[in-house]
Write a protein that binds this ligand. Structure first.
Ligand code: RUG
Length: 764
């Protein structure tokens, strides 16, 4: 390795800059990954997704290739550090939240399990956006990440895509996805050569009509106007049309007669963003001479759909007229699909095109794929029993659950080396390949030496996070306080506002001499969609409160509120190992699964959560005594929505503690630091609506959280045991398990065989 590195750099490692070492290691990783490519026999998966939140790639690849320790040692010998080297790698900005991170974890697990499965998506030049805080507000700028050496390579291949009657060339870029001791698959990303970052003006503004220049600039461009909504359709069609052409081409190269497409390809539609792949494939098969009915059948057998939400707003519905304008070639197919449904049933809620001329993408997915899965047991039950019950009655056999998972390579081995090494010293290395072996840790639940060491590792990780944050934002934390962390997209259903109310409540308690059992460091990581005003108001309230608390010496001894700027995978990798209390406080029934909850438990945090999403299964795995559950059940919540008589104002008027906290939001102190319009509007939103029922859970949350803080402070042994049992109970949440289930029940992927060079190119 040393000779190889030095040959690439043409000098000794000690003399190299980090940039030179990074480029040389990138070359080595690419060569090693290439050697693990394999040919495919039978079915290959294509996971189509608008997002792939892959995170930095160097360290993860070194781990998966089994050369991390060797490189680490070599760098140390030469007075360099891998940690510093990691700092120079830009994080690819190709995703937003859990949906995109799940896609990345799945690619890792597919390759690890030696299953043939590629990702298909878009190469965004500026990602979602880069977040910074100015005047206690979120500010957005383009996240330029594409400068410098790239993992993705231009394949030289292009596909013609017709948008609004004009032809565009989608260029295919590919990057390697190498599994842990497994095979190498690919992430296929499409882009246009004509895209021009120069059209971005103030912040992240740009002309939404200049399609050739703007098409792959941003993920989820602002859709608060018609042009923005159409732009999303343009983007989605670029992805699915180029993707579908690539899939058909690959299958035909492997000898597939397109009548047998389903024997060669399995296509997983990740959420509704890629739904147009259904009519596009039917259209393309039609061009190749396959009649509509047969084409629809082939596509149904090939495709499967994953639902990630019950929030109506996130299930896309496009006006027929927009589709007619942007993808006129698809409309005859979509209309035929709609007619086929209407021949079967006259239920309006099952139609693809409704009476208001909206095209329901999820409805098309369910009718014309062979599988619809939810992402956690509770979520799937809610889909079957209420949200999609009309479909479940029609196609009970299509519905199935696949509880999400995370790759332990990134979320333990790579982000928490100390903990990984310690676990290995206790139970051996088997857990790295078979996560269920973590169960063996439970035997150490009463071993005081082990518990003490576990807490030492946690404290060291808190210090590391604190140092990193200080460098990045100039904020110093107190590692002897309890770190409670809520990091996820900012959304009212996730209820960062409930945490805000708790912190205000604590402010008053401290002022009245009721001190918490331990000092609390409340950490948030969250981006708000640029057009989502209430989400931005919540960020503003948190930043303002942070300042108010900081300025008060009496309160700041006990509470510190920190918002980590530009929360992304890199930040998560620092935050998660440092967490004591994992905040998973969504309104029961609304969080489809959550995956942050799994990452935190794996790193020894204890969950404070509602019985929502995968929290329910986490509680099953660790036992009720090792998790802090509070709040209404999903049944209660659903009933309250059905009755339609939830009145936030009544709670506000009858609960003095709640009222005191809510009134503080636009009280004198907050107004002395923050913006009156934003703070008032947040308070009005809560008192006048509180659509996600924060108030009914407020008291239970305060009580449960205080209990957790007290246990942490007064019973450290109990706390350490809970942490250990959370790690040992995390095995089920490995994405290797999830992927094995998808394969067993939905994909049935083919075998692979070793090949090399030219032969291999021919089979890909
Ligand atoms: O909000 C959900 C999470 O609960 C889930 O864990 C994740 C992966 O399944 O997907 C998230 N999600 C849902 N992201 N976007 C959506 C709706 O478009």
């Amino acid at each position: 390795m040393k000779a190889r590195l030095e040959a690439l750099c043409k000098k000794s490692i000690a003399e190299c800059s980090y940039e030179e070492i990074y480029r040389a290691l990138m070359t080595i990783v690419k060569e090693e990954s290439k050697a693990r490519e394999k040919a495919v026999k039978g079915r290959k998966l294509y996971y189509i997704s608008a997002e792939f939140l892959i995170g930095k790639l160097l360290s993860n690849n070194l781990i998966n290739l089994g050369i991390y320790d060797e490189v680490d040692g070599l760098l140390k010998e030469s007075g360099k550090s891998l940690a510093e080297l990691e700092e120079i790698e830009p994080e690819p900005s190709l995703g937003n939240g859990g949906l995109g991170r799940l896609a990345a974890c799945f690619l890792d697990s597919l390759a690890t399990l030696d299953l043939p499965g590629d990702g298909v998506g878009l190469m965004y030049h500026c990602g979602l956006f880069r977040q910074n805080f100015r005047n206690h507000c979120q500010n957005e700028t383009p996240d330029y990440w594409l400068d410098g050496a790239q993992w993705a390579e231009d394949t030289g291949k292009t596909y013609e895509v017709s948008l609004a009657g004009k032809e565009y060339e989608a260029r295919l870029y590919r990057l390697d996805v190498t599994g842990y001791d497994g095979r190498t698959n690919k992430l296929n990303l499409f882009d246009l050569d004509t895209v021009d970052e120069g059209i971005i003006s103030e912040g992240i503004q740009f002309d939404k009509t200049e399609i050739d220049k703007n098409l792959t600039l941003f993920l989820y461009p602002d859709d608060s106007d018609d042009e923005g909504r159409k732009l999303r359709i343009y983007q989605q069609y670029l992805m699915v049309s180029a993707g579908a052409q690539m899939i058909l081409e690959e299958c035909e190269k492997r000898g597939c007669k397109l009548h047998d497409l389903a024997d060669y390809a399995a296509i997983q539609i990740n959420d509704t963003h890629p739904s147009m792949v259904i009519p596009e494939l039917i259209r393309l098969l039609g061009e190749k001479g396959i009649a509509f009915e047969e084409a629809a059948e082939i596509v149904t057998k090939t495709c499967a759909y994953t639902n990630h939400t019950i929030l109506a707003e996130a299930l896309e519905k496009w006006p027929e007229s927009y589709l007619e304008e942007v993808v006129p070639q698809l409309m005859p197919v979509i209309r035929k699909l709609d007619e086929a449904v209407k021949e079967k049933t006259d239920r309006e809620d099952l139609a693809i095109i409704d009476k208001g001329h909206l095209v329901h993408m999820a409805n098309m997915d369910i009718h014309f794929t062979h599988s619809t899965n939810g992402v956690a047991a509770l979520h799937t039950e809610i889909l079957k029993e209420s949200e999609l019950n009309q479909f479940y009655q029609l196609y009970p056999e299509k519905f199935n659950n696949k509880t999400n998972g995370i790759t332990f390579r990134r979320w333990l081995l790579s982000c928490n080396h100390e903990l990984t090494e310690y676990i290995e010293s206790l139970i051996g290395p088997g857990f790295k390949k078979d996560a269920s072996e973590l169960k063996k840790l439970a035997a150490y639940g009463d071993d005081q030496k082990v518990l003490k060491r576990l807490m030492e590792i946690k404290t060291a990780n808190k210090k590391k996070f604190s140092d990193w944050l200080f460098k990045k934002q100039g904020v110093a934390l107190k590692p002897d306080s309890i770190f409670s962390i809520q990091s996820k997209r900012l959304h009212e259903y996730k209820r960062q506002q409930l945490n805000l109310l708790y912190l205000i409540h604590q402010y008053f308690e401290i002022k009245n001499g009721h001190l918490p059992a331990a000092p609390i460091t409340a950490v948030f990581g969250a981006k708000a969609a640029p057009a989502y005003i209430t989400a931005k108001n919540i960020i503003h309230a948190l930043l303002t409160l942070s300042k108010v608390v900081e300025k008060d010496p009496e309160v700041s001894k006990w509470i510190q509120i920190v918002l980590v700027e530009n929360y992304n995978v890199t930040a998560a990798e620092k935050m998660i190992p440092a967490c004591d209390l994992s905040e998973q406080i969504s309104l029961a029934s609304k969080e489809a699964s959550g995956t942050g909850n799994m990452k935190f438990m794996l790193n020894g945090a204890v969950t404070l959560g509602t019985m929502d999403g995968a929290n329910v299964e986490i509680a099953d795995c660790v036992g009720g005594e090792n998790i802090y559950i509070f709040g209404q059940s999903s049944r209660q919540v659903i009933r309250l929505y059905e009755k339609g008589d939830y009145c936030a104002r009544e709670w506000y008027e009858t609960d003095p503690n709640l009222r005191r906290a809510v009134d503080f939001i636009d009280g004198e102190l907050m107004l002395s630091e923050g913006d009156e319009g934003s703070l008032r509007s947040l308070k009005n939103e809560l008192v006048g609506k509180d659509w996600f029922q924060t108030f009914p859970d407020f008291n239970a949350y305060v009580v449960r959280k205080n209990q957790a803080v007290t246990d942490y402070a007064v019973n450290p042994e109990k706390w350490a045991k809970m942490a250990l049992l959370n790690i040992s109970g995390a095995g089920y949440f490995s994405s290797d398990r999830t992927i094995a289930e998808y394969n067993e029940d939905i994909w049935h992927l083919g075998e692979t065989e070793e090949v090399s060079g030219i032969e291999e190119e021919a089979v890909r």
